[in-house]
Design a protein around this ligand. Sequence first.
Ligand SMILES: Cc1ncc(COP(=O)(O)O)c(C=O)c1O
Length: 360
Amino acid sequence: MIPIAKPLIGEEEKEAVLKVLNSGIIAQGSLVEEFEKKFADYCNAKYAAAINSGTAALHVSLMAMGIKKGDEVITTPFSFIATANSILYTGAKPVFADIDKKTFNISPDSIAEKFTGKTKAILIVHLYGQPCNMKEINEIFDDNDLLILEDACQAHGAEYRGMRVGSLGDAGAFSFYPTKNMTTSEGGIITTNNREIIDKSKIFRNHGQTQRYYHEFIGYNLRMTDIAAAIGLAQLKKLDGFTEKRIDNAKYLTKKLEGIKGITTPYVSDDVRHVYHQYTIKVDDRDEVNKKLNEAGIGTGVHYPIPINEQPFYRKLGYDSKETPVASDVSKKVLSLPIHPSVTKENLDYIAGELKNILQ
Ligand SMILES: Cc1ncc(COP(=O)(O)O)c(C=O)c1O
């Protein structure tokens, strides 16, 4: 089976973890601080706060931005559920905008339509590793005092017009889950240029504690461990190499798939560095094609089969997908194929060959 994802853990990560275990300091310590500094530098952001998942990074960022009950946050329905859930955790209301037909990222025009007097922030997702159209999104902000949170959980090292994600809005949230472009096992991080957001994030992740045993806010225990940070530091050194391999594989596969009837290969905007967390095609009869690829030993993924506003839990809250028809349509056709760094050119030739057999 060619897997759809594979974390690459080498000797460096193993040695680094062993060193932490031998040190006896195995919860949050100096390695977390070093990882925060290096990851912030990598994103060209001033500050970072490590945290124990991407979901927690989104939740804490929103709280640190002051999002609360009564506020509305505009976001996309075409993402992993954690994106919208993080808004619900704060008591605020997620408002779903539709997506762009080509990139599947949130549509700036649709954001503008959803704007009300209660809108406090926009939570954008750089889906599959391709940055959103920041120029058009920022234009909406010219007349409005809104905050932007980037869900960059799939987009480590992605760039918009030469600028790294995680530094494009008021804050950015990343995930280091094992299938992501780099990992810490479970883990996440918040990046920002805003001192107040980072200070508050560090307080929220640690029980709302501002001095030892003095708690000013309701907080949580969402800290990263030095064991996770040690893995993260080793992975960060390898990230650009991993990304180059992803980009190279994606370009190769696109060439191979060109001309196969019924497939739409990923659209890439001119002004971005797409880091291909996922390589996602559009195809009719998706479920049938998916089944046949799996039978041929090719691992696949469907990101995502049900838009968030159609999930049972969101339906119970009164949401539906009437106002997001593009997301509904695309969710029936998307199919992700393996292009991660362990995938070889022979694997890609095989994947393209199987798709050709299935569709012709
Ligand atoms: C777009 C998006 N947002 C949020 C998350 C949540 O990250 P985590 O699984 O680390 O909590 C993920 C990862 O699964 C994701 O892909």
